[in-house]
Ligand binder design. Structure first.
Ligand code: SF4
Length: 339
């Protein structure tokens, strides 16, 4: 069980595929007390199965809070991941986080041409050059890089992966843009990119086994069945309340959020969470008519429902991209595992 801890709703970037409600006034910043209670409660309930992911907004806008919560969870031996946009990930801030054994994931879409298409500052300026400068002093091999693959950048997937490898990053993951539906031509381009990725991964694996880690591929490989089991997730919002999923953070805190399932003071209401997610799961099952999926139709469905779009259509559109990517990774994982 992964507790997603949102440290604040503040971000110094505005990515066009971000679905979170950010930079509202007044800002919501998680209190250290609420964060500590939630970490302790999660450890008490789940013991060695407890995992934590620290996010925002941008969590490194609050380095002391991030460090304090990470230290608490790591002291109990729990796995902690911090997801950052990299703008504040210089050695002074990131060093103490990495020293705790926290996995750090940086959102970076490859070369500037792809990254800057979607990831801009609040004033609309490019961010790639500044992030690469901040990361120039980092141990890049220790970081995980996550790329969002969009219909505008899918054709450059291999170029971007190879560029990141040449820049010293060794742990890479990617997933399709979930915020906007994929057209037929976009899906076809995604299929072509995945065939290219399969050839690329095979060649790399042959030349230097284990030299590069694709996080998603590793998780497919680890799965006995070809479909990796996702984490079960509980969300702690920066307002100190629990939510059934991060889709509920697409609306401003307090704005009729019926997805709140308790707060840090009284603990999660597990029955309410179960009921909310069961309702979403029923909707997903009806929308997909039982078709298999790999990653997040539940999140896509809830996000659309909360934001006045057709949730069944959103789940089907996302599943189309998810199936292309998941089928390719699953086949590649089976093949390389056999080899
Ligand atoms: S950096 Fe992350 S939190 Fe900030 S706008 Fe982009 S996707 Fe959203």
């Amino acid at each position: 069980m992964n507790l997603l801890v949102f440290l604040s709703d503040l971000c110094n970037m505005t990515c066009d595929y971000c679905f979170l409600s950010l930079n509202a006034k007044p800002a919501a910043v998680l209190s250290e007390d609420a964060g500590a209670r939630a970490v302790d409660a999660h450890l008490d309930r789940f013991g060695s199965r407890a995992r934590f992911t620290l996010l925002g907004g941008e969590p490194l806008l609050h380095p002391q809070l991030a460090l304090s919560l990470a230290r608490r969870a790591r002291a109990a031996g729990a796995k902690v991941t911090l997801v950052t946009n990299g703008t504040k990930a210089g050695p002074r801030i990131l060093g103490p986080v990495l020293a705790l054994g926290v996995e750090v994931a940086v959102s970076l879409d490859g070369k500037a041409a792809s990254h800057d298409k979607h990831r801009r500052t609040l004033a609309g300026a490019a961010t790639h050059a500044a992030i690469m400068k901040v990361l120039s002093g980092a141990d890049r091999a220790a970081l995980r890089v996550n790329l969002v693959v969009s219909r505008e950048t899918v054709g450059a997937l291999l170029t971007n992966l190879e560029w990141l490898r040449n820049e010293g990053f060794r742990r890479l993951s990617f997933h399709p843009d979930v915020a906007r539906p994929w057209s037929a031509s976009g899906l076809s381009a995604l299929g072509t990119a995945m065939s290219g990725f399969a050839r690329y991964a095979r060649a790399l694996e042959t030349a230097a086994p284990g030299a590069l880690s694709y996080w998603h591929l590793d998780s497919y490989r680890a799965a006995a069945t070809g479909v990796p089991e996702g984490d079960d997730e509980l969300v702690l919002g920066a307002d100190g309340r629990y939510y059934a999923g991060d889709a509920w953070l697409s609306r401003r805190y307090g704005a009729g959020l019926d997805g709140a399932v308790g707060d840090a003071a009284s603990g999660p209401d597990w029955d309410r969470r179960r009921a909310l997610l069961a309702e979403v799961d029923r909707g997903v099952a009806a929308a997909l008519a039982g078709a298999p999926y790999y990653t997040w139709p539940r999140e896509t469905y809830a996000l659309a429902a909360l934001n006045g779009r057709d949730p069944a259509a959103a789940a089907r559109a996302f599943r189309a991209a998810d199936a292309v990517l998941g089928d390719a990774l699953s086949a590649l994982a089976k093949e390389t595992a056999r080899a």
